[in-house]
Write a protein that binds this ligand. Structure first.
Ligand SMILES: Nc1ncnc2c1ncn2[C@@H]1O[C@H](COP(=O)(O)OP(=O)(O)OP(=O)(O)O)[C@@H](O)[C@H]1O
Ligand SMILES: [Mg+2]
Length: 256
């Protein structure tokens, strides 16, 4: 039996009669970087929002470590160790990189309601925050105001604030979206690095990223899983090729 950390059973989401996610049975193996891909409108973001409890499923189940979390609230699954990056852990633009990570650590400690008396706590968390910044190659940017950071560095900072929550399962929605090639390269390397000891499920359009770091790929089309496997397997699948035909995402063949 494979060690499955996240599983969906017959997961379905309808919007006023339109089925955006249709009977999806997904199994994410512990330790994997798992990608959810598919042409525009395939249901990736909806699926993601179901997994992170931003949306309530119409039917079906979601299990995390064998436990039914279908009815859980976003804060509850965060406590269980499922953290979504770039949303929950949005950074404060006018604070420094270090301050943002310290706040992430503070949040993980559950002391965020004591914000008004937390100055000393924050100081103590400083060392830990710096270590996290080092992990994402941001140590030299520690004192920079977040708003002034280059785009790719901001994303790296968001990963650091997510790591502060000690996620067992990290969910990334298009982590390289809108990035130039250099940033894509850096952030991809970063994701690979921080995947050690945890599981990552990501929606990603960039097939070079998917080909480069993902262990397993699920291809969605019109809300349903069309194919699954390694990059080599899905990219050679005629059904997948057809699904990507004539879309802006003809990058399937372009990846190496
Ligand atoms: N709140 C909503 N109400 C009605 N329809 C919706 C809603 N959210 C998404 N949809 C529809 O569900 C389908 C799937 O959308 P979704 O955003 O999940 O696709 P996606 O795979 O993330 O696409 P993209 O690659 O463009 O980000 C689309 O046809 C979309 O129009
Ligand atoms: Mg989307």
């Amino acid at each position: 039996m494979a060690d499955v950390i996240l599983e969906t059973r017959h997961l379905t989401k309808e919007f006023k009669g339109f089925t955006a996610v249709n009977d999806v049975n997904l199994q994410v193996q512990r330790g994997h970087i798992h990608a959810l891909i598919g042409p525009n409108g395939a249901g990736k973001t909806t699926c993601f929002n179901l997994l992170t409890k931003f949306l309530v499923p119409s039917s079906g189940q979601i299990l995390f470590n064998g436990r039914d979390i279908t009815q859980a609230k976003p804060a509850q699954i965060a406590r269980l160790g499922i953290i979504r990056s770039f949303q929950i852990s949005a950074v404060f633009p006018h604070l420094t990189a270090l301050q943002n990570v310290r706040i992430g650590l503070q949040r993980a400690l559950g002391t965020s309601f004591h914000f008004w008396r937390s100055e000393r706590t924050l100081d103590r968390l400083g060392d830990q925050a710096l270590q996290l910044l080092e992990q994402v190659d941001l140590a030299s940017f520690a004192g920079e105001i977040t708003a002034d950071l280059p785009y790719g560095r901001k994303r790296a900072l968001e990963i650091a604030t997510t790591l502060a929550m000690e996620p067992e399962l990290m969910l990334l929605d298009e982590p390289t979206q809108g990035m130039g090639i250099e940033d894509v390269h850096r952030v991809t390397g970063l994701i690979k690095k921080v995947s050690e000891g945890r599981t990552i499920l990501m929606v990603e359009h960039n097939m070079n990223v998917v080909a480069g770091i993902c262990d397993r790929i699920s291809v969605l089309q019109r809300g349903a899983i069309l194919a699954e496997g390694s990059y080599a397997e899905v990219s050679n699948n005629p059904l997948v090729m057809e699904a990507y035909m004539g879309t802006a995402s003809a990058e399937l063949q372009g990846a190496h």
